[in-house]
Design a binder for this molecule. Sequence first.
Ligand SMILES: [Zn+2]
Length: 491
Amino acid sequence: MYVELPFDELKVSPDKRRIAYFYDQDVGNYFYGTGHCMKPHRIRMTHSLIMNYELYKKMEIYRAEPATNLELTQFHTDEYIDFIDRVTPDNLHLFPREAQIFNVGEDCPVFDGLNEFCKISCGGSMEGAARLNNGSADIVINYAGGLHHAKKSEASGFCYTNDIVLAIVELLRKHPRVLYIDTDVHHGDGVEEAFYTNDRVMTCSFHKFGEFFPGTGNLTDIGIGKGKYHAVNVPLRDGIDDASYKSIFEPLVKTIVDWYQPSAIVLQCGGDSLSGDRLGPFNLSMRGHANCVNFVRSLGLPMMVLGGGGYTIRNVARTWAFETGVCNGVILPKELPYNGYYEYYAPTYELDVRSSNMNNANSKEYLDKLLTQIVSNLDHTKHAPSIQLQEVPADKEDLGDVNEDMPDAIDTKGGSQMQRDKEVERESEFYNDEEKDKGERNVFEQDKIVETDVPKIDESKDVEHGVTLFEHEQAEIDQLNKEGMDVDGND
Ligand SMILES: [Zn+2]
């Protein structure tokens, strides 16, 4: 089953895709604290490389409107968002109970501007989803997003609000099935959990497993209820290299896409799976990492590219810049252009992140076992998504029925939509000034959808409830975990 493919030179197809790239120049100013390894500054470094490689000539650059508290509560609880919105380093002592419940502290410190940082991150991903939905972009990019550990009412692993879940919820308004792929070295637990009982989202996470944060993501975790077989976990060992990663990533993603037939793909590109990461033990080169972006792009589906982890920041910036090139159908030259952070790239001043000679603990036998088991699980997804395989109307006007039946579409027609994609005034020469295709995120006016507003059709329930684990479902998961069994009862 597993065949090791050679890792050849990366080739991108030069065909033109319309790219919307989201960047907020405030994002690099947020600071988790001295000694904390999450550094939003890496997003600014990435942006500087992107601009100096002149990729702005190829794509449209936007600053998204920051998400509102109301938008954030489309996944998170009101109490949690209220806390995130109000807490500051100066008043944290007034919230001892909340700090504990919502898990802020050491890994997830309260820093100045935390709420703004969360809103920038989520705003970009939600806006990106809106642009994919309205067809004004083929690929959207938000490196301030990808914060996959955040839970419904809990911060986790340097993540506070889950832009990915919010973006997928937005995509579900138009797309019957969405595939989420996570190449961060850590398990994409927050996204998996949000859709664990849902068959309209398939999550697929490639990650280091075994005595490693967050501890979840075993091969046997495959989803429950309607979501059974719609969570895919690829638990990897230390030192995976470009050839092994490609050889498991490509056939697996291809099988999922062939059988599940998603109409949009969200790709989390966490840079901590790169060789030499401060936290991650993988051994991917920049090109091995970017091969995932290139492969998913080659599938030709609407695609969202997000950031994520990544703690050797010069390598994260290199790789995300290179991957932005790949999205645009170009291989960036090795020699770094002069840029605002040039000294970070000493001593080589080259683009490439190379792999090391570390041992690859993923044997061919091990990878074969993984691939065989996962593909046999996927066999169940082949014919029976609860929403039948159907053509999604290409024309926005044809979506009338779908929109009216979706709970979240209520109240979006009376002028309550916010103006989106307000473009940056500063650096305006880099920013596209077309307004006509701007995305509109669907916000509703009431604080909550009240029971009577929930429309009748079944699939809309998926949107409404799919991001929430019911109590009994959580109990089922807890029980299974306690027993150490997989959900099939196999061992
Ligand atoms: Zn990570």
